[in-house]
Design a protein around this ligand. Structure first.
Ligand code: C2O
Ligand code: CU
Ligand code: CU
Length: 567
């Protein structure tokens, strides 16, 4: 393959940026300190003035155009062809911060004479899909198709990781309902770092229910129906990604202080006074979002219409939703009351992150080193896990919506969107799952994933049976976004929820709006027990081995993962 990506394409965001960041002086200073090498374990991070320009808490910082799904390049929309498709995992350079190139990892796809980077793969339900992962990284990797019901050989189980230079062939039928799924690496112990460095893309499954809704509401993908990927990151002053590699810093998971939306920090979108659909993936490694829409300080309703596994039965208007890493929410925003000149902000509002694991003691020795002790570099420059600048639970903006035109819009949201056969716990086999933190380790039923024995299962679930798992999160823990491979599930009940979750409750079972559809990831708060129902109908030949893990990616890599077998 001799086609090289032109730098112009990567430079698009930088060229359209309307503010200039005075990075030069700081970079020079850091270079003199020998600290702009992003492989250093001791994080330095963007310092004061530079960071302040990118601080997502400042509404004025939202000046860059939102990247929308395009015809090619980053976030290009690719209708999956029936012919095999090479997905090349490789290193490249991309300007994530204005005018600053960063070394990133990407999935590159060449198709129909175009080059796509982390393309949005669009697949009609029922289609056969035959991608080939070509591993051009200098380490092992494997792609997991997050949320898709596929046999385990196509699921990206870590035992199938392809060595550097090797390839892995997939072939499966996309049987899932329409919805926003995604793909990302899954090699044991390196998932967090590889995803953080850029390997992640969306996969949109389409079907008739979704088409009907789009027609009824006059929604067009990329214009009024917009996928959003949230990824928080840490940066060095030279614009390169900073990934704290120190085990102690990784205990809680890495939270960044620059928030990228579709790869762009602090974006803005011009909108008309009409209905918009957003499908949002929390693609962060560890950060939880409390998603809300505000106009000034006034909270606006959003209408949840879908979750991880596609459309809800009925639309559900809410004031806010929590969204853990890997969870998706599909929602409508009604801007009909907006006047030209009004601005709305999609944001993550403040919450109690409930980090009760007491692991801060483990962070001793992480602060105080490096640049923060240097004259003039204090304040603002700390990005150590002990005191992140934008801690988990902090409130910040995600996207500015600027009303720039009036629209006569008279469509109404249908009362029924799709149908879902409910799973009931009555006849189900019960299975208790305990999440805990002990001996400085994240555990599931007291077990840590064994990288030397990757196909050992914790339990076996009988094919064609329904199970109800009671996932209980130890109060000494923190919230864990628990993810099941192989099957979508239903949330049946929440017990012992903290007040901030109870406050979002919508039924007698303590469930919240995002519990109403099919799910593959569910946030389980400290002290809480979440009961999920899973129908283990095995439509594949032979036994299947799948993982169940925490999607705080640092937790996953630390072994908060187990295998279960179906058959
Ligand atoms: Cu999105 Cu096992 O992961
Ligand atoms: Cu998954
Ligand atoms: Cu976790």
């Amino acid at each position: 393959m001799n086609h090289r990506i032109s730098r112009r394409r990567f430079g698009r965001i930088a060229r359209t940026a309307t503010v200039t960041l005075g990075l030069g002086g700081v970079s020079a200073y850091l270079a003199a300190c020998g600290k702009n090498d992003d492989s250093k374990a001791q994080p330095t991070g963007l310092s004061g003035g530079v960071y302040n320009n990118l601080d997502p808490r400042r509404p004025e910082a939202f000046t860059r155009p939102l990247r929308l799904p395009g015809a090619e390049g980053a976030l290009g929309l690719l209708d999956v062809p029936s012919t095999p498709l090479d997905v090349v995992a490789r290193r490249t350079s991309q300007a994530l911060l204005p005018d600053k190139a960063a070394d990133v990892l990407t999935y590159e796809v060449q198709s129909g004479g175009k080059t796509y980077l982390n393309p949005i793969l669009r697949v009609p339900r029922g289609t056969e899909f035959a991608p080939r992962l070509v591993n051009q990284l200098d380490e092992a990797t494997i792609i997991h198709w997050h949320g898709l019901h596929v046999d385990w050989r196509n699921d990206g189980h870590p035992s199938y990781a392809a060595a550097a230079g090797a390839a892995y062939d997939y072939r499966f039928t996309v049987s899932n309902r329409a919805g926003m799924y995604w793909y990302h690496p899954h090699p044991h112990g390196a998932t967090a770092r590889q995803a953080y460095r850029g390997l992640a893309g969306l996969l949109l499954v389409d079907d008739q229910d979704d088409q009907q809704l789009r027609e009824r509401l006059d929604l067009t993908l990329g214009t009024t129906d917009i996928p959003l990927v949230v990824q928080d990151r840490l940066f060095n002053d030279n614009g390169s990604l900073l990934y704290p590699a120190n085990a102690a810093e990784q205990v809680n998971g890495i939270v960044g202080d620059v928030v990228l939306l579709n790869g762009v920090p602090n974006p803005t979108l011009d909108v008309a006074s009409r209905l918009y659909r957003f499908r949002l993936l929390n693609g962060s490694n560890a950060r939880v979002l409390r998603l809300a829409l505000e106009k000034g300080t006034e909270r606006q309703q959003i209408t949840v219409i879908g979750t991880d596994g596609g459309l809800l039965v009925q639309p559900k208007p809410v004031a806010e939703v929590f969204l853990g890493p890997a969870e998706r929410v599909d929602f409508l925003v009604d801007l009909r009351a907006g006047k030209v000149g009004d601005t709305f902000f999609l944001k993550s509002v403040t919450f109690d992150p409930m980090h009760n694991e007491g692991s801060m003691a483990n962070m001793g020795g992480q602060s105080g080193g490096g640049m923060s002790n240097m004259p003039g570099m204090g304040g603002g420059s700390s990005t150590s896990a002990a005191e992140p600048r934008l801690p988990d639970g902090a409130g910040f903006n995600l996207l500015k919506l600027a009303v720039t035109s009036a629209a006569g819009y008279d469509r109404t949201v249908p009362a029924q969107l799709a149908s879902i056969t409910p799973i009931t716990a009555a006849a189900a086999t019960k299975r208790p799952i305990a999440l805990s933190f002990s001996g400085n380790k994240w555990l599931i039923n007291n077990v840590q994933f064994d990288g030397a024995n990757m196909e050992k299962e914790l339990f076996r679930s009988r094919s064609n049976m329904v199970e109800a798992w009671d996932i209980t999160n130890d109060t000494k823990s923190m919230p864990h976004p628990m993810h099941l491979h192989g099957f979508q599930f239903q949330v049946l009940e929440r017990r012992g929820s903290p007040e901030q979750v109870k406050g979002q409750g919508i039924d007698a079972n303590g469930r919240v709006a995002t519990d109403l559809g099919w799910k593959d990831t569910v946030l389980v708060w400290p002290g809480e027990t979440v009961q999920i129902g899973i129908d283990f109908t095995n439509t594949f030949t032979g036994e299947q081995l799948y993982t169940f893990h925490c999607h705080n990616l640092e937790h996953e890599d630390q072994g908060m993962m187990v295998n279960y077998r179906v058959g």
